[in-house]
Ligand binder design. Structure first.
Ligand code: MD3
Ligand code: FE
Length: 219
C-alpha cells in the first residue's frame, strides 16, 4: 500500500483509533490530521470555481451554512426543492472535479469502518461561521442507501447532534474536532442529525470557519 493509501487507511503514525458510535456509525478521531493543510487547499481550489453560497430552502429561508460541491453531482436546494444536479446553478458549469485525495480518504475511511469499495461521486462542502447551524434532518436525496456517507471536519470544533430514526427522539451530543472523520452507514444512515450553532473562535488553519466535507454516492 502507498503512503497516501496508508494514511487514509488509518495505518499511518498518529492515526487515532476507531470508535463505534452506533450500529453502522464509526468515529475515526484525527484520521486526516496530517492532511488538513492539503485538504484546505483543495477546498479553496474548488471554491475558486464554485464559490460558497448560502442556498435557499424550499420554504424560502437562506441557510446559515454556506455550501459548495465538487464531483459528478452536487447537492442543491432552492425554492423548487432539494436535489442533486450535475451543474452549479450559479455558473451553469459542471461542479469542479472531485480531488483524488477526497476519493482516497473516503474510500480508506469507509473501508476502516467495514464498507469496502465505497466510490463517492458527490462531495458537499459546508462552511460554518459563528452562529451557523444545521437543523435536525435526514439525508434522503441519494439513490442507494446501502452506501455510507463519510464526513470530514476541518477547523473550529462543533457540537454534532445524533438523533434517532424519528425526529421526536432526543439527540445525543458529540463534539467533532478538526481532523475527525465519521462514517455513517447501515442502520445509522437514516438517523436524524444536525449541528448546534457554531461558537465563535479562531482556528490556526481555517480562522473563523468550520468546514465539513460529506462524501456521498448520490447517483
Ligand atoms: C448521519 N452535515 O451535510 S456531517 C449534511 O457537519 C450534514 O456539516 C453535517 O449533515 C456537518 O447533510 C454533519 C455528519 C453526518 C453526515 C451525514 C449523515 C451525519 C450523518 C447521514 C446520516 C446519518
Ligand atoms: Fe446531513
Amino acid at each position: 500500500m502507498g503512503a497516501l493509501a496508508d494514511l487514509f487507511a488509518g495505518t499511518a503514525p498518529g492515526a487515532g483509533g476507531i470508535k463505534i458510535l452506533a450500529p453502522g456509525a464509526a468515529l475515526l478521531r484525527g484520521f486526516v490530521q496530517a492532511s488538513l493543510p492539503a485538504l484546505l487547499q483543495e477546498i479553496e481550489h474548488v471554491a475558486k470555481a464554485a464559490p460558497f453560497r448560502r442556498m435557499v430552502t424550499p420554504g424560502g429561508y437562506a441557510m446559515s451554512v454556506a455550501m459548495t460541491n465538487c464531483g459528478e453531482a452536487g447537492w442543491i436546494t432552492d425554492l423548487g426543492g432539494y436535489r442533486y444536479g450535475a451543474t452549479d446553478p450559479q455558473s451553469g458549469r459542471p461542479w469542479p472535479a472531485m480531488p483524488p485525495m477526497f476519493r482516497a480518504l473516503a474510500a480508506g475511511a469507509a473501508k476502516a469502518a467495514g464498507f469496502d469499495g465505497f466510490e463517492p461521486d458527490a462531495c458537499l462542502i459546508n462552511r460554518y461561521e459563528a452562529g451557523a447551524k444545521l437543523s435536525l434532518h435526514q439525508d434522503k436525496d441519494e439513490r442507494d442507501f446501502s452506501q455510507p456517507i463519510v464526513s470530514v471536519s476541518l477547523g473550529l470544533p462543533a457540537v454534532f447532534l445524533f438523533g434517532g430514526e424519528e425526529r421526536r427522539q432526543k439527540p445525543a451530543r458529540l463534539r467533532l474536532e478538526s481532523g475527525d472523520v465519521v462514517v455513517w452507514g447501515g442502520p445509522s444512515r437514516h438517523r436524524y442529525h444536525g449541528i448546534d450553532p457554531l461558537a465563535p473562535g479562531s482556528d490556526p488553519l481555517t480562522g473563523p470557519y468550520r468546514y465539513n466535507l460529506t462524501l456521498r454516492k448520490a447517483l
